[in-house]
Design a protein around this ligand. Structure first.
Ligand code: DSN
Length: 426
């Protein structure tokens, strides 16, 4: 262990708490041993993980840099100021708040800044690819606010902008919200802005899924268009599990007050330090190249799955993820997930637009390329992955001992050995 840093001492943990130590090594083995295709996950760098496992976790620092409610904040102030400045520079934003603990907490703060209970938001519906915190009935957002939802067009399966405009004029929402968890296509932010302006709404983008692609300048940024942009930091962005908000200067005070003290108490300073490290990583040419490869890989994976009869909705993707309709191969989402899992491929069942199945069964799967691209895989490997998914899904079984599960898993093992997650030191 380094003389100047106290943390991440695995041997000490192992000696004291072998049960938890074995969970940590077990998870590392799981990551190394299979294909991770969950579109909202990634593999953070050792540098980010080091900041997370640091003594900054100890510090109470309610408030903001230079105006805290506790003494002893000189070092954590530096970490938060660096994170703020790096986020502003990375996204070209007037203001950044790096304290939200997660995407849901960031979103709570946006509600707190702009809406009173009972006021109306217009957002994408969850079954069509939205987010839980965008007004679904089971979330605070649907319980405390009047949520109206738009969806996708039946033919294009992409956002129905005419419906957005019609609903905005009909309901005059206080906030118009764009973004979702299963939208394969880029979003027309200018069109959303124009609709928001027409009805006098705040335009909010939840960029959780694609903010990493924005950081790498691989897709258009919502920042010039939106009043406020919330996001998570652990998806394509590849930082720690957390959240953040950037906004126009005119909203800075409202956002800061809504994060603290309205929604949160003490910020997690170790995570904020890890976000600062991540924002620095995202400003490099290597990261920009990574984001372009994430998209190139996603396009090939979507197309190749389609060639195996697993149709990509919208006909493909512009981003890091694709959503696939399994009805053509007569398999449900839940079965496809279990069969893939048994073969060493982690992905998730997902509702497709106009899905005839219940959400816990679903007719689709969602796949994403952030992790496999971090591991260095390219288009050739995507074609192999598509073939392996198709075999597991259409011929395989949820039993890991089934012959097809074993055969596919053997090929998965070969692939991940060639492109290891968290390579072992030589
Ligand atoms: N739960 C997240 C996802 O998987 O898409 C939403 O941020």
């Amino acid at each position: 262990m380094s003389d100047t840093f106290y943390g991440s001492d695995f041997d000490a943990l192992s000696a004291f708490d072998p049960e938890i130590a074995s969970v940590l090594t077990g998870e590392l083995d799981r990551l190394r041993g299979g294909l991770q295709l969950i579109a909202s996950e990634n593999l953070s760098s050792p540098e980010v993980l080091t900041a997370l496992g640091s003594t900054l976790s100890n510090k109470y620092a309610e408030g903001y840099p230079g105006r805290r409610y506790y003494g002893g904040c000189s070092e954590v102030d530096k970490a938060e100021s660096l994170a703020i400045e790096r986020a502003k520079a990375l996204f070209g934003a007037d203001h950044a708040n790096v304290q939200p603990h997660s995407g849901a907490s960031a979103n709570q703060a946006v509600y707190g800044a702009f809406l009173k209970p009972g006021e109306t938001i217009l957002a994408m519906s969850l079954p069509h690819g939205g987010h839980l915190t965008h007004g679904t009935k089971v979330s605070f957002s649907g319980k405390w606010f009047d949520a109206v939802h738009y969806g996708v067009d039946k033919d294009t399966e992409d956002i129905d902008y005419d419906e957005v405009e019609r609903l905005a004029k009909e309901h005059r929402p206080k906030v118009l919200l764009a973004g979702g968890s299963a939208i394969p296509r880029t979003i027309d932010f200018a069109r959303f802005r124009a609709i928001a302006d027409e009805v006098g709404a705040i335009f909010w983008v939840d960029a959780a899924h694609f903010i990493g692609l924005v950081a790498g300048q691989a897709i258009e940024s919502p920042v010039p268009h939106a009043d406020v942009v919330s996001f998570t930091t652990h998806k394509v962005l590849r930082g720690p599990r957390s959240g953040a908000i950037v906004c126009r200067e005119e909203h800075a005070a409202a956002i800061d007050k809504a994060v603290f003290p309205m929604m949160q108490g003490g910020p997690q300073m170790h995570t904020i330090a890890a976000k600062a490290v991540n924002f620095k990583e995202c400003a490099t040419p290597e990261y920009a190249a990574y984001t372009r490869q994430v998209i190139a890989n996603a396009k090939v994976l979507a197309q190749a799955l389609g060639e195996h009869g697993i149709r990509p909705t919208t006909g493909g993707t512009d981003t890091h993820l694709s959503l696939h309709d399994l009805q053509g191969v007569h398999v449900t989402g839940v079965d496809a997930e279990a069969r893939s899992d048994a073969a060493g491929i982690t992905l998730n069942k997902n509702a497709i637009p106009f899905d005839p199945q219940k959400p816990n069964i679903a007719s689709g799967i969602r796949v994403g390329t952030p992790c496999v691209t971090t591991q260095g895989m390219g288009e050739d490997e995507m074609r192999t992955i598509a073939r392996l998914i198709a075999r597991a899904v259409t011929e395989g079984d949820a039993d890991p001992q089934h012959a097809v599960s074993r055969e596919v898993r053997a090929e998965v093992t070969e692939l991940v050995q060639a492109f290891p997650a968290y390579p072992r030191p030589a």
